[in-house]
Design a protein around this ligand. Structure first.
Ligand code: FEO
Length: 172
């Protein structure tokens, strides 16, 4: 049985994942305005991933006999100084999300809520990938800062990214 406190924190995470989705959509719009459609595609796919994360929390809350509450979502930042600035902010945001997942896991462990610990494990692993991906792109962008050719090459690479939900993951 999940405590009210833990259930409310799971619902709070649903909000953070929906916010993340909107934040990356805002970054996609910024990149499109800069005519970097590969970067825009990258963030658009990331927005879909975040929606998928949100739906995992939504489903889990219901599965555990809770009541998912759909929250108001704050407006994300819509303007960025540069592509690098957007990626730096995305990386910082992912570090925040990792802290949130750790906080949830600590709470579930305190309550010996084994099902929730197991559910959150997927997110612990996912955050390792997300932080590593954004950190890697920040480093790449720092290196190619003044090289438009390299920027367009990376844009072409990121145009290939597609969203594929993990086959073992439950979707709504
Ligand atoms: Fe759902 Fe990027 O964390």
């Amino acid at each position: 049985m999940i405590s009210e406190k833990l259930m409310s924190e799971l619902n709070e995470q649903l909000k953070h994942e929906l916010f993340s989705s909107n934040l990356y959509l805002a970054m996609a719009a910024y990149c499109a305005e800069e005519d970097l459609m590969g970067f825009a595609n990258f963030f658009r796919v990331q927005a879909e991933e975040e929606r998928f994360h949100a739906m995992k929390f939504f489903d889990y809350i219901i599965e555990m006999n809770g009541r998912a509450r759909i929250p108001a979502i704050d407006e994300p930042k819509n303007n960025f100084a540069s592509i690098l600035d957007a990626f730096r902010q995305a990386y910082t945001h992912e570090q925040f999300v990792t802290k949130r997942i750790y906080h949830l896991t600590d709470l579930a462990m305190e309550e010996r809520e084994h099902a929730t610990i197991s559910f959150l494990k997927w997110f612990v692993d996912e955050q390792v990938e997300e932080e590593s991906m954004f950190n890697g792109l920040v480093k790449k962008l720092e290196r190619i800062a003044d090289n438009p050719n390299a920027l367009y090459m990376l844009d072409g690479e990121l145009a290939q990214r597609t969203f594929t939900p993990p086959s073992d993951a439950k979707q709504a």
